[in-house]
Ligand binder design. Structure first.
Ligand code: SF4
Length: 228
């Protein structure tokens, strides 16, 4: 008699980007950037501060920071030490204060005092990598120039078996090829939402996840997490 396989590892269906977009759009119809901002400069500063920090904390700091600093010049009127004190609760405050001031200097010197609108120019700003640039360009200007790959994106895409690398640049390239351009920013926001609500770094609520039947990592419940 034929033995049907009982190990679900042999049965899972590869999850596609289309499936991820479809399911997560249903779950998180309002998924969007969760940083508070009113001007492109505020969003740029908030995104620099958000590295290794929660958006909630950055939004709290922004409440007073963006009253004191409104223009690129405002950030250069104070010493680096003073700005460090103003942003210290976001962590890595020396590096972040320096990145903000040097970015503002470049914006004044090279970009007519305005946050630039292209990936190439954004990457000339200190402390701005492709992730930050893609967030600012897509959110503030509606310019789709990349997919912001953050820690939630890396974790989720690996657990779902869509990618098999933790390298941010490789993941972004792979996802840009697999995702319709109109959904680049949305995909990132949706994965962040799911990574915060259901598939967190320390807890996977697979029973409440739309991918539980096909996700290769859901079959490792109760065993060591090989995807971490
Ligand atoms: S099935 Fe589990 S491991 Fe897979 S994405 Fe959902 S919560 Fe994460």
């Amino acid at each position: 008699m034929y033995d049907f396989p009982t190990n679900r590892h042999t049965l899972f269906v590869k999850i596609t980007v289309d499936t991820i977009l479809r399911e997560l759009k249903l779950l998180y119809p309002k998924a969007d950037c969760t940083l508070d901002w009113r001007t492109p400069l505020e969003l740029l500063v908030a995104t620099i501060l958000a590295a290794q920090c929660t958006d909630k904390r950055v939004n709290q700091v922004g409440k007073t920071l963006f009253v004191k600093y409104k223009t690129p010049q405002d950030y250069l009127k104070v010493s680096q030490e003073e700005l460090e004190v103003d942003v210290h609760t976001c962590g890595s405050f020396r590096m972040k204060a320096r990145a903000i001031q040097e970015s503002c200097q470049t914006i004044i010197n090279r970009y007519d005092e305005k946050v630039p609108r292209s990936m190439e120019k954004m990457l000339t700003l200190r402390g701005v990598g492709r992730k930050t640039a893609a967030v600012v360009l897509g959110t503030a200007f509606g310019v789709t120039a990349g997919i912001p790959i953050d820690t939630h994106n890396i974790r989720l895409l690996n657990r779902l078996g869509v990618v098999k690398t933790k390298n941010q640049d490789k993941i972004e390239l792979q996802m840009m090829e697999a995702t319709p351009k109109k959904d680049w920013l949305k995909l990132s926001h949706l994965l962040v939402a799911h990574g915060r609500a259901v598939c967190t770094a320390h807890n996977r609520d697979c029973s409440n996840c739309p991918f539980q039947e096909d996700c290769p990592s859901s079959q490792t419940r109760g065993r060591s997490d090989k995807s971490k």
